[in-house]
Ligand binder design. Structure first.
Ligand code: ZN
Length: 290
């Protein structure tokens, strides 16, 4: 009897029993992949904004609300990227721990209609991705201490891959001549990449994808492309390509391919975070190299 009581006390004090996995919700596809790279199959993971989808314009479903309510851990990007998640957590009074994966990133501040706001797209700099990985691994280990050693081993292996790609990006993009460093994309999603490697990203849409640009703004951008001789114009996977195609056409520039901004691809090499970054890097280099 005493053994049974001792066993009962032991099991009751464990945060999770052997069959019950930690329930984690991630806000969008990039965080879902980074979390899976660290956690493998140790979690029950539910992601909200899927591949090729636009998190800026997302409308959560009733199922999303239920998942958030039942989650042990909710992993968001933060920096104002998911206002809808904030509302969902507040209205459901979800008891799970919320983590902002970007905590500790030095945010770029941008001007949005006269207000200074943080740019949320911090994952486009691999050095920031290292911070995301550290934050997520730490939160997983705290919520599920039985698997802490497993999470740290996978974190370290993943950080090694991130640093190797960072070295390649630095080397490849570092060789571009100053005249080949302007790039047109649909919305302002690449400022962190631009800052890290001295590239100048210009977009007809602002930080969010919500506001459509005016005819005057589009005309100004076309003039700028012509005047600067910009060769690199790209569509984004989360956006209707027609505006960018029209701009490229009128400016006499060519569309250099698709860049993945705020979501992974549903299949293929860009369906993981590092695969996506490599795709963007290769696509930029192919268009910009003299
Ligand atoms: Zn965006």
């Amino acid at each position: 009897m005493r053994v049974l009581i001792a066993l009962f006390v032991l099991f009751a004090s464990l945060p999770l029993n052997a069959e019950e996995k930690l329930k984690v919700v991630t806000s969008f596809s990039i965080l879902a992949d980074i979390t899976r790279q660290i956690a493998g199959d140790k979690l029950e993971l539910r992601n909200l904004v899927g591949a090729d989808a636009d998190a800026h314009l997302y409308q959560p479903s009733a199922d999303d609300a239920k998942a958030v309510l039942n989650a042990d851990l909710i992993i968001a990007n933060g920096l104002g990227f998911e206002p809808w998640l904030q509302r969902l957590i507040a209205s459901s009074e979800a008891p799970g721990t919320r983590l902002d994966a970007s905590a500790g990133v030095l945010p770029l501040m941008l001007d949005e209609d006269g207000d200074k706001v943080p740019d949320p797209h911090a994952w486009q700099n691999l050095a920031n991705a290292e911070i995301y990985v550290q934050n997520i691994a730490k939160a997983l280990s705290q919520a599920d201490s039985a698997n802490a050693a497993y999470y740290s081993a996978r974190r370290d292996a993943y950080l090694g891959e991130i640093r190797a790609l960072l070295g390649e990006a630095r080397q490849g993009l570092g060789q571009l001549p100053p005249a080949q460093r302007s790039i047109i994309t649909s919305h302002d999603a690449f400022a962190y990449l631009g800052q890290a490697y001295g590239l100048n990203f210009i977009a007809p849409q602002g930080l969010s994808t919500e506001d459509e640009p005016s005819a005057a703004e589009v005309a100004a951008l076309i003039r700028q492309i012509r005047a600067d001789g910009v060769r690199a114009v790209f569509v984004e996977n989360i956006r209707d390509p027609r505006l960018i195609e029209q701009i490229a056409n009128e400016a006499g520039a060519k569309v250099g391919g698709t860049l993945y901004s705020d979501a992974l691809a549903s299949t293929g090499p860009a369906s993981s975070y590092l695969g996506m970054f490599r795709h963007n890097l290769d696509t930029l280099l192919a268009a910009l190299k003299p």
